[in-house]
Design a protein around this ligand. Structure first.
Ligand SMILES: [Zn+2]
Length: 64
């Protein structure tokens, strides 16, 4: 038994949002837009998406 090493395709066949070819620059999405769309789906109703992350307190997140 030998795996299909010939088929070196990207898992998921491209952008999970719109299905377009994925650009390495914005993997795993085809563009920053789709990335935000997907992100919004995950965060919708749960978190607030910060417009600008200027605060430098990512390391001081309280965790119990
Ligand atoms: Zn897309």
């Amino acid at each position: 038994m030998r795996p299909d090493t010939k088929t070196k395709r990207v898992k998921g066949k491209g952008c999970p949002v719109c299905g377009k070819p994925v650009v390495a620059d914005s993997r795993p999405f085809c563009s920053e837009r789709c990335r935000n769309v997907d992100l919004g789906r995950w965060l919708t109703g749960s978190y607030v998406i910060p417009a600008n992350d200027e605060d430098d307190e990512t390391d001081s997140v309280p965790r119990e």
